[in-house]
Design a protein around this ligand. Structure first.
Ligand code: MOS
Length: 765
């Protein structure tokens, strides 16, 4: 098969070196369990209803929380009447700024401080100021949820409103353009892009807009909170255990070890399951009331307290020669980022990696509004950045009369377009060829509006997706082996259903030379060895590196424990390997001893070692990106303008795929989220008041089963020699490029170019 041959050829040219010593991870070649289909460890408990989520943890003496939210965006609280609420049945406490404990502002979530989980970096109930429409003014605790909800309606609030800045257009006037950790050299200029654009044979220069998006996981944010003296335990729905624990410690003036966050299961987290006001308020109220507290946010409360993806206006200008080779690439724009937000929404970075353009300019301007902080949402930056740039590429292809796949292939970069660094592994072109063949791209007509089935206009579109490889340093894992030869891996890692435990069990089995049945995985608790977070598509690589480091230490310690009275006597650690439930000599495979035998002779029940993910040097040395080629077929009604996505296909280039089943789910889930972005998702803000209007799933349209077509996913499966297990991240790549592929298919079907998401029928006429 030509595709496999192509893949082999690429492998043959690759340099080596992820592990110390400059060699690729040996598991790339020696894998047994990795790469095989394995059902999710957490699946059966979830299906049986036995998995306990944050709002389901049983606890005696619970009080239930309800919130009173502000209805203005800025001003003072002139009067707060809590008497009626306090007298209502079942009420134990009404907390306001008048009786709330002193609390510090939480440290802001970022990629450099793994002890920071805060999103909305403002004082929490410390004064009489209102800072956004929806801020909590009072917390009511009662014996039942219904009593708390009722009493919350009895709290009277009088405001002294101040003029608030709530309009995007107003905020654009004095937008800021800072550099940041997420966006180095915000204003990047290479060559003379405007002059190159002016002189280009073909050019596209257009503005693309994307709306606010709301987080809409199946499980709304929730927590069950308990104080025992000065020790705080939070059963949370979170993507970041240790960062949340450390942040809460800071907010309450405690030592880190005094806060424990437990979160074995999360019902969907896409960047929004970090630390927001509700956990802080719940813990503060629990402390005042002297009883444990349960809080389960309603969709409406989520809309007020959990930020979403900011709206953007992006300009993309492309200039090319007659053969479609890019001479200029300009990607600039405006998005909302209040001073109290931790998230840059770095859409302008998309342009920096995708194509080999001769000249380039990227910059993004941050608009400061009086609103809840915007935040991270699956592929922040790339998901909406690819909508703009990949729509523009389609426009350029059409103008030049070049096939859109071909145009992209002509502009694939040989090296990183900005830094000049070599790619660790890159086969986006192969992904395009695999995807185009499987999708039947050759059946597409180049003439828009020329494919038709009765009322239905048919179109096909494609678009590139991209997301950087990220590995977090400092993530730890412990491996313990017991007298029966069974291994237990533990780390404060996160399972949101994507397969964390399942894949690391496969990994540890291969690393330790055990069958998967002999490996257990413990995660989801901040008291386990330090974990980073489930974010940035980084967890698999980070935890993988930690397990590898732990396995290296365990091998040395196991050998030491074996002593001299063993067939392994005299060998050094690097001369032995894990195999057949024990250690054996690499040079003489017949020479070895089982874990059980070594431990028994030493009179030990178990042996354990802890390892840590070291500095991600590979990210600094190499250009590392997961990429994809997205293909979409739409049917657009010529009568109503209804857009139906008939087929979606994603061909992914993400290094090695570790478990086809969990990877397929990740890719498909991301693509469905991209479909939602394309066709439905739009959080509407009333700009007069700064109030979010779409506060239920009836108003905020996520895809339902009938919206979701047959989705196919393929992958190149070429190992990345710089990444643990040969695998780059797959959590976020799936959403990127999908909205552009859909919009480009709509153009192919109708000849109408929609540059404004979502693609609703009204925009077609
Ligand atoms: Mo994601 S936005 O890294 O959860």
């Amino acid at each position: 098969n030509a595709l496999v041959g192509g893949a082999r050829a690429v492998i043959g040219q690759m340099p080596s070196g992820w592990l110390p010593g400059g060699t690729p991870d040996p598991l790339i070649e020696k894998r047994v369990a990795l790469g095989t289909q394995q059902p999710r460890i957490d699946g059966p408990d979830k299906v049986r209803g036995a998995a306990r989520f944050a709002a389901e943890v049983p606890m005696a003496g619970l009080l239930y929380a309800a919130f009173v939210h502000s209805t203005i965006a800025r001003g003072g609280i002139a009067d707060l009447d809590t008497a009626a609420a306090e007298a209502a049945p079942g009420v134990a406490l009404v907390m306001t700024h008048r009786n709330a404990p002193k609390l510090a502002v939480p440290p802001g979530l970022g990629i450099t401080n793994m002890k920071a989980a805060g999103n909305n970096l403002l004082p929490v109930m410390q004064d009489a100021q209102v800072r956004w429409n929806g801020q909590v003014l009072a917390v009511v605790l009662a014996e039942t949820q219904e009593q708390a909800d009722h009493a919350a309606t009895l709290v009277g609030v009088r405001y002294s409103p101040a003029k608030a800045r709530t309009r995007f257009a107003e905020g654009k006037a004095d937008a800021r353009t800072p550099d940041s950790i997420l966006i180095e050299r915000n204003h990047l200029v290479i060559g003379r892009p405007q002059a190159a654009l002016d002189a280009a044979a073909a050019k596209v220069d257009a503005v693309y807009t994307t709306p606010w998006h709301s987080h809409a996981p199946i499980e709304p944010h929730a927590a069950t909170i308990l104080w025992e003296g000065d020790r705080l335990t939070v059963h949370d729905a979170t993507q970041m255990l240790n960062a949340t624990a450390a942040s809460l410690a800071k907010v309450f003036g405690l030592k880190e070890g005094q806060v424990r966050v437990i979160s074995p299961f999360v019902g969907g987290g896409f960047g929004g399951k970090g630390l927001w006001d509700h956990q802080i308020l719940g813990a503060a109220a629990a402390r005042l009331a002297g009883r444990p507290v349960r809080l389960a946010l309603t969709r409406k409360a989520m809309a007020r307290l959990v930020g979403g993806r900011t709206q953007t206006e992006q300009r993309v200008a492309l200039g090319a020669d007659g053969q479609g080779r890019l001479k200029a690439l300009i990607h600039t724009g405006h998005s909302v980022k209040p001073g109290h937000s931790a998230c840059d929404e770095q859409y302008s970075l998309t342009a920096r990696g995708l194509y080999a353009a001769e000249s380039m300019e990227t910059v993004q301007h941050h608009v400061d509004l009086d609103c809840l902080a915007n935040t991270f949402m699956r592929a922040p930056g790339e998901s909406i950045g690819t909508f703009a740039i990949e729509s523009a590429m389609d426009e350029l292809a059409h103008d030049l009369g070049i096939d859109p796949v071909e145009l992209r292939l002509r502009n694939m970069p040989e090296r990183d377009p900005v830094t000049g660094a070599a790619h660790s592994q890159s086969a986006t072109a192969l992904a395009y060829r695999m995807g185009a063949e499987r999708f039947g791209w050759d059946r597409r007509s180049a003439v828009p509006g020329s494919m038709r089935d009765g009322e239905w206009q048919i179109g096909m579109g494609c678009a590139t997706g991209t997301f950087p490889y990220v590995r977090m340093p400092g993530m730890s894992a412990r491996i313990a082996i017991d007298a029966g030869g069974r291994a237990t891996i533990s780390s404060a890692a996160q399972e949101m259903g994507m397969g964390t435990a399942t894949v690391q069990r496969q990994h540890a089995a291969d690393r330790l030379g055990l069958p998967v049945e002999m490996v257990d995985v413990q995660i989801g608790d901040s008291s386990l060895p330090f974990g980073s977070f489930a974010g940035g598509s980084s967890q698999t690589a980070s935890l993988g590196a930690a397990i590898n480091a732990a396995a290296g230490k365990l091998r040395a310690e196991m050998l030491r424990l074996a002593g001299n009275d063993t067939p392994l006597a005299g060998l050094r650690a690097r001369e032995v390997e894990f195999a057949d439930g024990g250690l054996r000599c690499i040079a003489e495979p017949g020479r070895g001893e089982s874990f059980a035998s070594i431990l028994q002779r030493a009179g030990r029940d178990s042996l354990a070692a802890v390892g840590e993910s070291g500095p991600p040097l590979e990210m600094l040395k190499f250009s590392m990106h997961s990429t994809s080629a997205n293909f979409c077929e739409v049917r657009v009604s010529a009568v109503t303008g209804e857009i139906r996505v008939a087929r979606l296909l994603g061909a992914f280039d993400c290094g090695r795929i570790l478990n086809p089943q969990t990877a397929t789910s990740q890719f498909k889930g991301g693509m469905i989220m991209g479909l939602g972005m394309a066709l439905g998702e739009e959080a509407l803000v009333d700009e007069r008041s700064g109030r979010l209007m779409t506060t239920s799933l009836a108003d905020y349209h996520v895809p339902v089963h009938l919206d979701v077509p047959a989705i196919e996913v393929l992958w190149t499966d070429i190992p990345d020699p710089r990444a643990p297990m040969g695998a780059r991240g797959i959590g976020e790549i799936g959403i990127t490029g999908v909205a552009a592929a859909v919009a480009n298919a709509v153009f192919s079907a109708t000849g109408r170019r929609i540059r404004d998401l979502p693609l609703t029928p009204d925009k077609l006429f």
